[in-house]
Design a protein around this ligand. Sequence first.
Ligand code: AP5
Ligand code: MG
Length: 224
Amino acid sequence: MLQKGLLLRAVIMGCPGSGKGTISSRINKHFDILTLSSGDLLRFNAVQQTPIGLKATKYMEEGQLVPDDLITDLVLESIKTHGEGRHWLLDGFPRTRKQAETLNKASPINVAINLIVPHEVIISRIAGRWTHMPSGRIYNTEFNPPKIAGRDDITGEPLSQRVDDQPENIRRRLDIYLSTMQPVVDFYREAGVLREFKGKESNKIWPEVFRSMATFIEPKMPLP
Ligand code: AP5
Ligand code: MG
């Protein structure tokens, strides 16, 4: 049953490489919703060498979480600027219980999507990931290759691999994820807003996520 008048306040969680960015961009295509990725915001600030970007770079390159205050200010500011009166979905935020509590005070979340993907598939997925850094568009040499190898489909600009995608950094990011995310997942379970999706393939998870989203917002485009 569609909940008329409700503004969706959603987050998408899942370990590195679980498909948060991939699923978010499909949600963005099919629903009238603002999607914000904390990682994309940080990478944009790093490229622009803003004070936040300069502080965050070292943590990101090592696969560590950036300090709570720094990322929280950045995300809340972005929501304020772009999200007023719109449905929105956050990818990659919150990552700690403190971030979840601060977000909830600013704006209570009504859907928390959790993608559960076995770790054995993660490393090979990330190894094949290529990103168009200015837009955050994601490709994968196996799963969704660009039309021309090494080039973005829309702009034709070169694609690159993320510095934090080296194998030793991926392992560190997975370890950090496991040690920090359970309290966040529990936070949303206790709030009664958690929706979990399990599987190896985004193509199988996607229709389930779509149907779940469609209980809150009218899709602007149906599933193919
Ligand atoms: P962030 O950018 O959020 O990275 P992440 O959580 O590590 O997640 P990824 O972006 O690596 O994976 P994804 O789940 O989006 O997967 P994707 O769709 O790309 O954060 C980066 C860093 O920023 C952090 O390490 C930290 O330093 C900092 N940071 C960010 N937020 C923070 C916060 N809140 N607090 C503190 N620090 C923060 O998919 C992966 C690949 O797999 C792609 O190539 C995709 O095409 C492919 N793929 C997807 N589905 C499939 C499939 N079914 N089969 C095969 N390939 C697939
Ligand atoms: Mg991502």
